[in-house]
Write a protein that binds this ligand. Sequence first.
Ligand SMILES: NC(=O)c1ccc[n+]([C@@H]2O[C@H](COP(=O)([O-])OP(=O)(O)OC[C@H]3O[C@@H](n4cnc5c(N)ncnc54)[C@H](OP(=O)(O)O)[C@@H]3O)[C@@H](O)[C@H]2O)c1
Length: 369
Amino acid sequence: MKLITTPELGGLFQPQPFLRRANPIEYMEYRTLGNSGLKVSVLSFGAGTFGGTTEFFKAWGDTNVAEAKRIIDVCVDAGINLFDTADIYSNGASEEILGQALEGKRNNLLISTKATFRLSKDDPNAVGSSRYHLIRSIEGSLRRLRTDHVDIYHMHGFDATTPLEETLEALDTMVRSGKVRYIAASNFSGWHLMKSIAISERYGWARHVAHQVYYSLIGRDYESELMPLGVDQKVGALIWSPLGWGRLTGKVRRGQPLPEVSRLHKTGDVGPQVSNEYLYKVVDALDEVATETGKSVPQIALNWLLQRPTVSSLIVGARNEEQLKQNLGSTGWTLTPRQMKKLDAASSLPRPYPYWHQEGFGERNPFPV
Ligand SMILES: NC(=O)c1ccc[n+]([C@@H]2O[C@H](COP(=O)([O-])OP(=O)(O)OC[C@H]3O[C@@H](n4cnc5c(N)ncnc54)[C@H](OP(=O)(O)O)[C@@H]3O)[C@@H](O)[C@H]2O)c1
């Protein structure tokens, strides 16, 4: 059993891995998701690339059913047991393709999907986390996914216009009726998540077991508030865009044009932003570690995340089988403490207030004497 210690947070996060021999990688590790009993593979697959029905999603990927079936076979052979999608991805086509591709294989595999973002321009209720919208959303997702239940149901974002009691009671009813197994948040602030947990606990309702968050070597904001909250409240992190929104692929480098096939041409201005200088500094460090280890840039970027506290699973994205197979090679080995330190140093940024003020609490007096 491997323990991930978090001395800097004063806590201990215990993922309890279960190892399973599989090809083409040596083993897949499974971690317990937050405060639940659910075991998820440390790599999961993100089906944002399935469909491609709009210009934005087409740039992300346009995987059809036949290709999706092959991709899912590769995932299953490697021991991946979690597949992530959302009602909004390609206007439902991602869920439809995932549902078709998983037919006959649903047993033992986990599906996570999401609701909250606007589904139609004409209907004021086709958005948010109201009981009305969520009930319609889950019914639509179940139909498109060709299943009778969703394993992890995320609130894709925080809806500040709906009372949290209404949202959480509706989600609890879904869990009790068997349509949803576990509930999760995504893209919440610390207080959104903490208030949600407190309300669930007050009423004895299902509580968020996971937080689907953006976290990467070029996006470490998660560490300031949400990671300590995850340790304290035992909320597992499902990491979206672990390659920094498709930037830590080894194809984006100082002095080189973006390759012709890169979603960043169309999606670079949406999603997490990063300065070129910072990105290149991190890529330089990744290149140095790649030379030392013989691993690729994406494999190293993913392995770094796997060693960080609270991380339950990385939702890997891949345009094709080749990228997927390479990303599968990010598990089964670990970067050395020195290599982790090098990557930490290249990617760390000054923290915003009050986090810089809290650093070293107990060891330093903030006022020089
Ligand atoms: N909750 C949320 O708000 C949220 C937001 C975003 C994503 N997500 C989830 O996270 C999943 C993954 O997100 P993401 O696709 O942005 O992840 P990512 O890992 O940051 O980027 C994946 C992209 O990087 C490139 N790539 C991946 N592996 C590569 C390799 N080995 N070599 C070269 N290029 C490689 C591909 O794009 P190119 O071929 O174009 O370079 C691929 O589409 C999504 O499918 C979705 O399920 C959730």
